[in-house]
Design a binder for this molecule. Structure first.
Ligand code: NOJ
Length: 672
């Protein structure tokens, strides 16, 4: 596909600059409405200070909330300011994702740019760009080139999101815990210590808000802390030296965004974050291949294999070839092999410098394995665990990607297991943000896609760099193998689609079929098997792993669902969902007329009827249903699954009956 054909299917841009010549007083209050008129932003400059507020259908969503910066040299951008002029734009385009949960995305907004300057003394300039969409609002700061600001250091960003009511939020702590791998808390806003974005809020008026950022480029990630009952304040992840951002004018901040939805499902079908990123940077994206994969992986997490070479080494040539055979037989296009390279025998979380990204262990013949894979139509999914030693990785980056390219490997899972990068800097600091971007851009040169574990929280960069395909940044399935707290809570998978999942694709690694955990008996997967199947529909990832061991899939008829389920979708809809309770989601395959339904519940059993009106009219479909068997429940009987095929049409309702921790997965195929 060419760049043109994937980017803009239809673009209509109405650019109208209205440079107002009214009095300063008139300029100091500006209003912007979304195309449908439902969302409204009001910007006011009051006594030199800048505030914005947000309304939906006339109801206040954000009270006047402050904007601005404090620079390290003491300059405050945001006091003693006046509006010099305002320009406005309307924008409307539909663009195509090369892969994703939806093919065509509408990007329609109203925009205003507020040009500000400081009133007296040394003159400083700052612009604020606001966009009002039908599904939310966004703004960013621009520090233009100017006489008195050249290179500068941001000591603090003053952005606030001041809620008028004492609402509750789903959030994880920014600084307690690592890599966003925390259990999500649901508390009143005033109990947030400092939360990573995205933060998901349910207001007392039953609105759903998600505060996040988009296009995080050469800046620090935004976290939020609460003051008073309900004012969320921006806290940028600092460098080890305390500074937040080193910048040079002209500079644009990431977008600060808020999705505004009337129901939880509308959060999932909002593409605001992607719309705030730049179009695809590549002319050709044909080398970026979504696929399902298996891997020499779960065996290590369960303690059956080791990453390092030894008697139980997982990454042997022989084992990898066995996995390739299984993948080829069951329609998987990728096999991840972890522990193939030298360095794992070190305490790699502390001595990451020892990893080599080009030298395989003697019992792993990289050339032979990749060639064998190609002969069977299966590619190796490469692996670079850095142990957080980014300098060591950057030194080897070009050679490491060149080696994989030579061997026909086109995706690499990266990892940064260490509380601090290079023993010093946080993953979500400007240091980490710079490193992760370097990896994605270097990988692109070699036509390699990235699955980024221990990442910086995604901010929609996949639109610009679609080789940034998926990542971790949440408590993944692996916690159900070894976590000492018993594993992920039963409601975990009913929450993450509305929190981390809104930031970007998740390499959660669903698909456990064997619920026994002889190594850590107190820890387990707290879902039924049918729930695991439904996760392939609900948790989106273009590189989607079926995590269990081949021997646990072999001969199980439920595996057929995983063999068929696509990873690239035309349309996504959410018939119904309640955060932390249940999720019912349907998606249409991009390469066929098939539809898929995934339903999951928390600890509560549940019944529902799904309206099948999404199916093509006047057609009959086979619905291949995988549901919790009689007596199934996550705790004592997770594996009981009933599989049946029924004939349905768009006029029907499909009954859903979910066990505690249960699920249901359905494939709809047109009858011939
Ligand atoms: C943590 C990752 O999340 C996991 O998937 C990987 O197996 C280990 N690091 C080792 O790299």
């Amino acid at each position: 596909m060419t760049k043109k054909s994937i980017q803009t299917v239809a673009a209509m841009i109405f650019a109208g600059t209205l440079a107002f010549s009214c009095s300063e007083q008139n300029l100091s209050r500006q209003t912007l409405k979304s195309p449908d008129g439902m969302n409204k932003i009001i910007l006011t400059v009051d006594d030199g200070e800048i505030y914005y507020s947000v309304f939906r259908k006339g109801e206040e969503v954000l009270k006047p909330s402050q904007l601005g910066f404090v620079l390290k040299n003491g300059t405050v951008l945001g006091t003693r300011m006046k509006v010099d002029n305002v320009s406005r734009n309307s924008f409307n385009e539909t663009w195509e994702q090369p892969w994703g949960e939806k093919r065509l995305i509408e990007n329609r907004y109203e925009e205003m740019t507020i040009h500000l300057s400081s009133g007296n003394g040394e003159k400083h300039y700052m612009n604020l760009i606001f966009r009002a969409f039908n599904d939310g609002i966004a703004f960013r700061y621009e520090i233009p080139e100017q006489e008195h600001i050249d290179s500068f250091v941001i000591a603090d960003e003053l952005t606030q999101f001041s809620l008028p009511t004492t609402d509750s939020a789903w959030w994880i702590s920014a600084y307690k815990g690592e890599y966003y791998e925390n259990i999500t808390k649901h508390t009143p806003l005033n109990q947030i210590d400092t939360a990573s974005c995205p933060v998901t809020i349910k207001t007392v008026n039953d609105k759903y808000l998600v505060i996040h950022e988009a296009n995080l480029t050469d800046y620090a990630a935004m976290n939020l802390y609460c003051t008073g009952e309900s004012t969320l304040n921006c806290d940028l992840t600092p460098w080890s030296t305390g500074e937040k951002v080193f910048a040079k004018a002209p500079m644009k901040s990431p977008w600060r965004m808020m999705i505004i939805a009337d129901k939880p499902g509308d959060l999932i079908t909002s593409y605001l974050e992607l719309n705030l990123n730049e179009p695809c940077a590549f002319d050709d994206v044909s080398w970026i291949e979504p696929c399902r994969y298996i891997g020499i992986w779960w065996g290590m997490h369960m303690g059956y294999y080791t990453w390092h070479m030894g008697p139980n080494h997982g990454a042997t040539t022989e084992n990898a070839m066995k996995y390739i055979d299984f993948a080829a037989e069951h329609g998987f296009k990728g096999v991840l092999v972890e522990g193939w390279n030298k360095g794992w025998e070190n305490d790699w979380t502390k001595e990451g410098d020892k990893f080599s990204f080009t030298e395989p262990y003697p019992d792993f013949d990289l050339e032979k394995v990749t060639a064998y894979g190609h002969s069977k139509g299966v590619k190796l999914v490469g692996h670079h665990e850095t142990g957080g030693a980014t300098r060591n990785y950057e030194k080897q980056l070009e050679d490491a990607f060149a080696l994989y390219k030579k061997l026909g490997v086109n995706s690499v899972k990266t990892g940064y297991v260490s509380p601090l990068l290079d023993g010093k800097e946080r993953h979500s600091s400007q240091y980490g943000v710079r490193h992760m971007r370097k990896v994605v851009e270097t990988a692109a040169k070699y036509h390699i896609s990235i699955d980024n574990h221990e990442p910086v929280m995604p901010t929609g960069l996949r639109r610009t760099f679609p080789n940034l395909m998926t990542g971790e940044g949440m408590r993944g399935q692996e916690y159900n193998a070894w976590s000492t707290d018993g594993g992920n809570p039963v409601n975990h998978t009913c929450i993450i689609p509305f929190t981390r999942g809104l930031a970007g694709p998740m390499d959660y690694t669903p698909g456990v079929f064997n619920f026994e955990n002889p190594v850590n008996p107190g820890t387990r997967v707290k879902t039924t098997l049918a729930h695991q199947l439904a996760l392939f529909v609900i948790l989106y990832s273009p590189l989607q792993m079926a995590c269990d061991l081949p021997e646990n899939y072999e001969g199980n008829p439920a595996f057929k669902f995983i063999e068929n389920v696509p990873v690239n979708w035309d349309v996504t809809k959410v018939p119904d969902a309640e955060i932390g309770e249940y999720v019912y989601m349907v998606r249409k395959d991009r390469n066929s007329k098939d539809w898929y339904l995934g339903c999951i519940t928390n600890d509560n059993p549940r019944e529902a009827n799904i309206n099948l009106s999404f199916l093509e009219k006047n057609k009959l479909y086979n619905a291949e249903v995988y549901r919790d068997g009689d007596g199934a429940n996550w705790e004592t009987n997770p594996t009981s699954v009933t599989i049946e095929t029924v004939t349905v049409s768009s006029n029907d309702f499909l009954p859903v009956k979910l066990a505690p921790g249960g699920g249901m997965a359905v494939r709809f195929t047109l009858q011939q």
